[in-house]
Design a protein around this ligand. Structure first.
Ligand SMILES: Cc1cc2nc3c(=O)[nH]c(=O)nc-3n(C[C@H](O)[C@H](O)[C@H](O)COP(=O)(O)OP(=O)(O)OC[C@H]3O[C@@H](n4cnc5c(N)ncnc54)[C@H](O)[C@@H]3O)c2cc1C
Length: 517
């Protein structure tokens, strides 16, 4: 049963935000904090999108987000939460290791937070590649630093200057993870270990953009965080700020249409038929649905429609939710563990297409927060990158896939299948049903070089007053980037209205938010 109203209290607002994912809630709360009247409308029963936490059989699981970044002192989350007055509503705690890799030969590579620690961990396992790791990870760091320093939106007015100031970033924009890793780390097994985090960006190393992976890795190196009680507590804290500043939230009543008059957004029609007027509409929903179903292709320029048509959504995922009474603390594994299928990650392109587990990773959130499971037990999620369309119904394939996935997990959690106390699974169809992302896309557009960084869809759309926020737009996918996207969107909207910035300038600069242009 939902805690939220289904109908808004008013018929007109300064802004309507469609969708309550990380990118929706941050935009909504900051707009309300700046003094706008805001309605957040959500089609699902609960708020949070992929940040929603579920309770099953006495266990609490995060179906998607199990780690976030930029949550330490001065980071983006504390800056926003303090500004909206709800930093006491959730507790973001650092996790000691950013991830482990259960290597195909059975060894466990343990990767602690910290840049030198990262290099040391890899070099300790593959000493002959120490120099390669050093130069590869330094290039990742440079991408991270330059990506944050340069303006977020590039156009004719600033492109040449940005390219001259950040040459390495521009030189790597079209390159894949595999290309850059090969240049620095010739040894196949050492390079495979360095690329093992590709599932965090959802495509195998020859397809995923180097910069996208480099930035996530360097975010993690600065510190990975878990939201105690599950990521719902973080989403709820942001929404509490929205409500404290007078914002309204409705659930089970999504946007059916975005109203457009003379090329300008004028409000939304909710699924209930309620028409809500607003000169500003922010969509956190699937980008293609936003334009093709909520706005309508006839109102959009042909070149924009062609671009939308050309863009490729990310893959989806399969998730097994497992309760176990095994003593996982004794295994000394991190709360995120990647389990590559083989040394050669490229075999996973075919595995994804053909419905076999690929890019498997385990999340054991109870290692950070034991309250998520009955005493002495653990709540585990075993996820893998999966295609939505595998040429047969997922329902018929669910059990076989799950068995293969859990077998893979036993590389780092021996005998897991004999010690299961709870088991449920989510297929790509489940993810699509719960979040509205077409095909259960887990990261918005695929993070290929041509769709990453400054090449993602911009926040500003061809419809005046309609802005995007979340993983379909800049700066990219994942909780931190989606959350930052909402901050940027609020900034653009407030600037259009001639209002001040969404965050106090000192907080924005400490949080390393790139300038809007
Ligand atoms: C298995 C898995 C593991 C992941 N692990 C991590 C991780 O550990 N760390 C990390 O940072 N990221 C992770 N991600 C990625 C991350 O979850 C997403 O990139 C991010 O949460 C997307 O946020 P968003 O703001 O774009 O909105 P979404 O979460 O996509 O939410 C969009 C919201 O809009 C709503 N909506 C859609 N249409 C409408 C409409 N018409 N009207 C009203 N509402 C609508 C939806 O119901 C939904 O609530 C993972 C994803 C998956 C699936």
């Amino acid at each position: 049963m939902s805690d939220w109203s289904q109908e808004p209290r008013a018929d007109s607002y300064d802004a309507v935000v469609i969708g309550s994912g990380f990118g929706g809630v941050s935009a909504a709360a900051l707009l309300a904090r700046a003094g706008l009247s805001v309605l957040l409308c959500e089609r699902a029963e609960n708020v949070g999108g992929y940040g929603h936490t579920i309770e099953r059989g006495g266990y609490i699981f995060d179906p998607a987000v199990r780690v976030t970044h930029a949550a330490g002192p001065g980071g983006l989350y504390p800056a926003v939460l303090e500004h909206i007055g709800t930093s006491d509503r959730c507790r973001l705690v650092p996790v000691p290791r950013i991830y482990d890799v259960g290597l195909p030969d059975g060894r466990l590579l343990r990767v602690p937070a910290g840049f030198q620690e990262l290099i040391d961990a890899y070099s300790g396992m593959f000493p002959e590649s120490a120099e390669g790791f050093e130069s590869f990870f330094r290039m990742c760091l440079l991408m991270h630093e330059q990506g944050h320093a340069m303006p977020m939106m590039l156009g004719l007015h600033n492109l040449d200057e940005a390219a001259a100031t950040y040459p390495e970033y521009f030189a790597h924009q079209r390159r894949t993870l595999d290309e850059v890793a090969r240049e620095h780390i010739p040894d196949d097994q050492a390079r495979s270990a360095a690329c093992a985090l590709w599932p965090y960006q959802g495509a195998v190393p020859s397809q995923v953009g180097f910069i996208a992976v480099a930035q996530v890795l360097m975010n993690a190196v600065e510190g990975s965080y878990y939201s105690m009680g599950g990521f719902q507590t973080l989403i709820d804290a942001v929404i509490a700020g929205l409500e404290a500043y007078g914002g309204d939230v409705v659930t089970r009543n999504g946007a059916k249409r975005i109203l457009v008059v003379d090329g300008k957004a004028t409000g939304v029609v909710l699924e209930s038929g309620h028409e809500v007027r607003a000169p500003l509409v922010v969509s956190n929903a699937d980008a293609r649905q936003t334009f093709l179903e909520l706005v309508g292709a006839d109102l959009l320029p042909a070149n924009f429609l062609r671009r939308l048509e050309r863009m490729t959504p990310s893959h989806s995922a399969f998730v097994a939710f497992v309760g176990t009474d095994l003593d996982l603390g004794a295994l000394d594994i991190a709360h995120e563990v990647f389990i590559p299928t083989e040394w050669d990650h490229e075999v996973d392109a075919a595995n994804i297409a053909e419905g076999r587990p690929a890019g498997t990773w385990i999340g054991v959130t109870t290692l950070v927060d034991p309250s998520l499971a009955p005493e002495g037990e653990h709540a585990i999620t075993v996820s893998a990158i999966a295609a939505y369309d595998i040429d047969r119904p997922w329902e018929a394939h669910r059990q076989t896939y799950c068995e293969l996935l859990l077998e893979r997990a036993e590389r780092v959690i021996p005998d897991l299948r004999n010690n299961i106390k709870f088991l449920e699974t989510a297929t790509p169809e489940t993810l699509e049903r719960f979040t509205g992302n077409t095909g259960g896309a887990i990261y918005g557009w695929e993070q290929s070089p041509l769709q990453s960084g400054t090449r993602r869809l911009p926040h500003v759309t061809p419809i005046e007053g309609l802005l995007l926020s979340g993983h379909w737009t800049l700066p990219g996918s994942g909780s931190t980037r989606s959350f930052a996207s909402g901050v940027h969107t609020a900034g653009i909207a407030l600037r259009m209205l001639g209002a001040g910035p969404p965050l106090p300038p000192a907080a924005a600069s400490a949080a390393n938010l790139p300038a809007l242009d």
